[in-house]
Every structure is written in C-alpha cells, then in structure tokens.
Design a binder for this molecule. Structure first.
Ligand code: NZQ
Ligand code: ZN
Length: 393
C-alpha cells in the first residue's frame, strides 16, 4: 500500500424520514440561518422542500432559499447564490438535491465565506481557499457521491469549461440519506447514477501497482452490489432495498474508500467533462459513452488487471488473459446498454461529430494538450482524439 490519509468527516444519517432531522443537525454544526439550495423543481413537486422548511422552523433555524440549479451547474448561478447568501447573512448552506445542487451549495459556501472573491479564481486556485461556510446535504439521487466527497464541479459557461475543485473544505458536515427520496427519479437518471457510481470505482481500480487487496475487495464488492441492485432499480425505482444499497454504494464509491493506498485515474471523467461542457449531457451518460473505447485502447498494457476484474466482478473464468480482459470489457459495456446508458456518441444524442469538434474535445479533456491522461497507458492529446474517434458512431 502507498501512504494515505483517510479523512471523511461527514456525519451520515441514513434511513426513512431522516430529512426531518435537518434542523437539529444544522444547529449541531453551529448554524442559525441556512440557505436552502435546490434544483429545477423536483423537490418542490415531491413536497420535500416544504417538509424540510417545516423541520427547520420546528428547530428554530431561520432560512432563505436559492433554487434553480441546473444539471452541469453553472458557475454564475453559484456566484450569484454566494452574493445572495452574504446579503441574507446566512451561516449555513443546506443542499437538497443531487450532485449539481450539492456542488452549487459548496461553491456558494466558499463564495459567501470570502466576500468579494470571484469563484473562478477559487476554482483555478488563483486565490487559495482557506475558509468556507458549513454545508449539510439532503440527498435525492444516488450518483455523484458529492455528499461525502472533497470535490465540487462547476461549469464556467463563459469559456465552456467544466472544472473540479478538490479541497477538504468541500467535505459536508452531514449527509441525510433517505432512499425513499429517490423514488421520484426518472429511470434514465437512476441509470446515470448507477453508471457514475461504477465509474468512480473503476477510475480508482485500473491503475498500476495495485498491491492492495483490501482496497480491491471493497471496490469489487461495491461493484457487484451496485450492478445487481442497479438491475432491480431500473425496473422498480421504488424498491427500498435496492435504492438503499445503491445510495450507500454511491457515497462509498467517491469518499476515497475504494482507492485508498493507490493513485487515482479519472481520465474517463476528463473525457466526460469535455462532452458535458460542450453538449450539456448528463454526467453518467457522458462516461459510459467513452469507457468501453477507453478500456479497449489501454487494456493491452495490463490485461492481467482486466482479467482480475472480470473474474472478481463478472465471474469470468476464461484462462487466456487477453480474451478474458476483452470479455470483461464487453460485459461492462453490455451492462451499460442493459440499463439504458449510451455507449457511443450517437447514442449519447450528440450525433456523429466532425473532425474539428473531436479535436476541440480532445484539447478540452487534456487542458489544451498540456496533460496526459490515464496511468495504465499514458494518453496524450492524440491518443485522446483516437478514443473520441472510436466512440464516434
Ligand atoms: O433539478 P431537479 O428538478 O431537482 O432535477 C434533477 C436533475 O434534473 C433530477 N433529480 C434529482 N433528484 C430527483 C430528481 N428528479 C426526481 N426525483 C428526484 N428525487 O435529476 C437530474 C440530475 O440531477 P443532478 O444533481 O445533476 O445529478 P447528479 O447527482 O448525477 O449530479 C451530477 C453532477 O455532479 C457532478 C457531475 O459532473 C454533474 O455536474 N459530479 C460531482 C462530483 C463531486 N462533487 O464529487 C463527482 C462526480 O464525478 C461528478 O463529476
Ligand atoms: Zn462522476
């Protein structure tokens, strides 16, 4: 194992009706007035927002509201939210929603604690982030894992760039997880979430020098759990047991547990962020569009690893190493198709792309060609372009 620090300070409160504890938890973490952040209206329609407001009032916690977060959340909306938070003198930010809402709430918390600072300067590390407001979460979709992660992802719509900020200040104070709150999700969003959870695990799994059995066993168990329960969930999004398993897998897949003692990869996420910034497509779908072609491009540098994955996760017993590796990739891609996820650009709904667009995407994914992606096989901007071309059908 390589050196590591495991620090996941978020208090998890899991189970039915736990959203009613929101006010109590905000007070526990020092909040007296919260900004409730939410998305495009699902929490209004389901009645959740009103229940949360009642819970806050009963605990004597004042609040203001900041709705309208869009998927692939915009920097400008978070910036405006921060200014509103300052004007309302809130001392706590409560996200009620999914990754987009949570990441906006994190951005608002950073902006509100640093008045006069441009959020993009924080995102690009031009201004070091030293303080933030405390953030709490009521999760409504199992996917991004932002409820326990040290990340927040915002899109700077002015320059068309989707970018991640990693900092310990992104770790929420608490995360309320009631699987019943996910029952209103459309099937497509459930599947996007399953894909993202798998990808957070796979992006930590296909890396060199994996001398770390415990981390492998956790990752493989998580993948088997989310794959089995994902099949149930896309057919019945109100199956409590399946939605519970997926919800917990989502948090564990991205709170560092599945990658302890090793480097991270996250190259498929870079392809995905370039696609989402350009076409505003759902995050999970952007990843399944690329993963199969990425895997086919890199696996020959470490077919044993893919064989190991195939055996542990899909039960593949094929002895020929390369054949087993290819079978593992095929099984994963078939699963994405089975749950209704795209596995190429036309299925993603962006059509067949021209050469210029593919080149631009490749530059976006590699910070203008300045970084290499992946560890198993280093990918420069030309390699990234080749993979985009492989997915271009
Ligand atoms: O906006 P509303 O009306 O709430 O609708 C949302 C949205 O349209 C809907 N939804 C959420 N919960 C619902 C619901 N609809 C009905 N019932 C419910 N219970 O689902 C749609 C998608 O919501 P979103 O928050 O965008 O989903 P997700 O959790 O997948 O978040 C995706 C974002 O998180 C980022 C992604 O890049 C993307 O921007 N990520 C954040 C990470 C992090 N901070 O650690 C890591 C991830 O890798 C990812 O990059
Ligand atoms: Zn992700």
């Amino acid at each position: 194992m390589q050196k590591f620090t495991y620090y996941t300070p978020t208090q998890v409160v899991f189970g039915k009706e736990t959203e009613l504890e929101a006010g109590k938890l905000i007070k526990k973490y020092g909040g007296t007035k919260a900004l409730i952040v939410y998305g495009g209206g699902s929490v209004v329609r389901s009645g959740l927002l009103n229940r949360v407001k009642d819970a806050l009032s009963e605990s004597g916690v004042a609040f203001a509201e900041w709705g309208g977060v869009k998927p692939n959340p915009r920097l400008s909306h978070a910036q405006a939210g921060a200014e509103y938070a300052i004007s309302e003198k809130v001392d706590f930010v409560l996200a009620v929603g999914g990754g987009s809402t949570i990441d906006t709430a994190k951005g608002i918390a950073h902006g509100a604690a640093n008045p006069g600072t441009d959020l993009w300067d924080i995102w690009t590390k031009k201004v070091p982030l030293e303080k933030s407001l405390p953030v709490g979460i009521i999760l409504t979709i199992s996917a991004a894992g932002s409820e326990m992660s040290d990340s927040a992802v915002l899109t700077n719509e002015e320059i068309g760039k989707k970018s991640r900020l990693g900092t310990v200040l992104n770790r929420p104070q608490f995360a309320i997880m009631n699987p019943e709150l996910t029952y209103t999700l459309p099937k497509y969003q459930i599947a996007c979430g399953i894909a993202d959870i798998m990808m957070h695990t796979l992006e930590r799994y296909f890396i060199p020098n994996q001398h770390n059995r415990m981390t492998d066993e956790i990752a493989e168990g998580l993948l088997r759990t989310v794959i089995d329960n994902g099949r149930i969930a896309v057919n019945d999004g109100a199956d409590y047991d399946a939605m519970s398993e997926i919800m917990w897998c989502g948090s564990l897949s991205h709170n560092d547990l599945t990658g302890l003692g090793r480097v991270k990869d996250f190259s498929v996420h870079k392809f995905g962020h370039a696609l989402s910034a350009k076409f505003d497509v759902a995050h999970g779908a952007s990843l399944t569009t690329i993963w199969g072609d990425w895997a086919n491009y890199v696996y020959e540098n470490d077919p044993e690893r893919f064989q190991h994955y195939g055996k542990a996760v899909w039960g593949i017993e094929t002895e020929d190493v390369k054949a087993a590796a290819r079978e593992a990739i095929e099984r994963t891609v078939s699963y994405f198709k089975e749950i209704g996820m795209p596995t190429c650009l036309s299925e993603l709904g962006v059509g067949i792309l021209d050469e210029e667009t593919l080149k631009k995407l490749s530059l976006d994914a590699t910070m203008g060609g300045t970084i290499e992606l992946s560890h198993i096989r280093k990918l420069n901007v030309q390699d990234v372009y080749q993979i985009f071309c492989m997915a271009n059908h």
